[in-house]
Design a protein around this ligand. Structure first.
Ligand SMILES: Cc1ncc(COP(=O)(O)O)c(C=O)c1O
Length: 391
């Protein structure tokens, strides 16, 4: 088998997974030493940490003062499903999806909630649907950054300020890397394990005053388990948005989230985080531009994610293979890079077109991506030669 010279340098940190994402630079378990472990989360000390997590979230994400911020169970999925089950059904809904996670919310609404008046506005991997088709007199559910296709909405200009319906936005791989215009968003959800490299299992649910008004004026026709209940006797349970979580959170994870938020402040807050992700994306983008074998899955440049960067192998010999063989080729590159210890978890998502997916969120160091790029060339050349030799 032909061997090719390996690049001289390796990334200092080879964690490029799209979730859980790499911890912030310099993170060690020591950072969590002050966590109030073994104490009740309802004790003063625990409650104060939960409140601190909410306060810092508001500061860093610039959430308006009258938007509620709650820590809820079951990660981003928990937060989204809580919103869908609690808010939808009052009017028709437009479900907007362009990759796997968005499609999952469509399935929830159409097959589980079985809403009679649900319209699907969809596009395939790499594209955004026609956003002009959305009717904002209805409720609208969409994913800001499609993690499995690397396609995001460029901004919130497509959402009218004077809409009648609610906008419910899964922002889990966008929050802290892409500015979110809260005035256009009634529900925003995310989990800690993405752009801030926090821990999974806890979700964030941010509600606009209009979303609260809906919760207090509308009761869904279906039963809600305790884990989803945001109201009591027709009134919002305000405690949820002051750190009185519905059930027991992990105070270790809360401490880790606070640590990540404090790091976020130290790198310049939201602007600093966005700049870090943009600089990371720029490294990959420049490499794609000079690599004839590699392309972006996201067709339109303004929709290309600066977090979950999805790449296609566009070499004509690889494109000529059937889908299964293309996926096997991409996987062989991913395994080789993993074996070399230079990149972990950069395979495409299981339902997405074959290729690579490299996380470029704020916790990734730009120098590590710069060091990774020559390894992609090396892995491609090595595996292509192996393919030719096997033919
Ligand atoms: C867009 C999107 N939505 C939802 C999820 C599910 O998140 P979690 O596992 O935190 O519930 C993910 C995870 O990758 C995601 O990228």
């Amino acid at each position: 088998m032909t061997t090719f010279a390996k690049p001289d340098v390796r990334p200092a940190n080879s964690n490029f997974s799209s979730g859980p994402c790499t911890k912030r630079p310099g993170w060690t378990l020591e950072a969590l030493a002050d966590a109030p472990l073994g104490r009740s989360h309802r004790a003063k000390i625990g409650k104060a940490r939960l409140e601190r997590a909410i306060e810092l979230t508001r500061d860093v994400l610039r959430v308006p003062a009258d938007w509620r911020i709650g820590i809820v169970p079951a990660s981003d999925t928990g937060a989204v499903e809580m919103a869908l089950w609690s808010l939808l059904g009052e009017r028709g809904v437009d479900m907007v999806a362009w990759e796997s996670f968005g499609s999952g919310w469509v399935t929830d609404v159409v097959k589980q909630l079985k809403l009679a008046d649900a319209r699907k506005i969809e596009a395939g991997y790499g594209e955004l649907p026609d956003l002009d088709q959305i009717d904002f007199s209805r409720d609208v559910v969409f994913t800001w950054n499609g993690t499995t296709s690397g396609v995001r909405v460029p901004n919130a200009d497509f959402i009218p300020a004077d809409r009648e319906g609610l906008t419910i936005c899964d922002a889990t791989s966008a929050a802290f890397a892409q500015p979110l215009d809260f005035s256009k968003l009634d529900v925003v959800t995310f989990s800690w394990q993405k752009v801030l490299g926090g821990e999974a299992a806890h979700g964030m649910l941010i509600l606009s005053p209009r979303a609260v008004e809906r919760l207090e004026s509308y009761t869904p026709a279906w039963p809600l388990p305790k884990i989803f209940r945001l109201t009591k006797g027709g009134k919002l349970i305000e405690g949820i948005f002051k750190g009185e979580t519905i059930n027991t959170p992990s105070m270790l994870c809360v401490e880790d989230y606070i640590d990540a938020l404090e790091w976020a402040v130290s790198v310049g807050g939201l602007d600093g985080l966005v700049q870090r992700a943009d600089a990371n994306f720029a490294v990959i983008d420049a490499f794609v531009a000079k690599s004839p074998w590699l392309g972006h899955l996201a067709v339109e440049p303004s929709t290309r994610s600066n977090t979950s960067v999805c790449l296609s192998i566009v070499d004509p010999d690889i494109v000529a293979l059937d889908k299964e063989a293309q996926a096997a080729f991409a996987k062989s590159m991913v395994s080789l890079l993993d074996k070399e210890g230079v990149a972990y978890d950069i395979g495409h998502y299981r339902d997405a077109p074959p290729g690579l997916r490299i996380w470029a969120g704020a916790t990734v160091e730009t120098t590590d991506l710069e060091r990774l790029m020559p390894w992609l060339d090396w892995a491609f050349t090595t595996q292509k030669a192996a393919l030719k030799a096997a033919a």
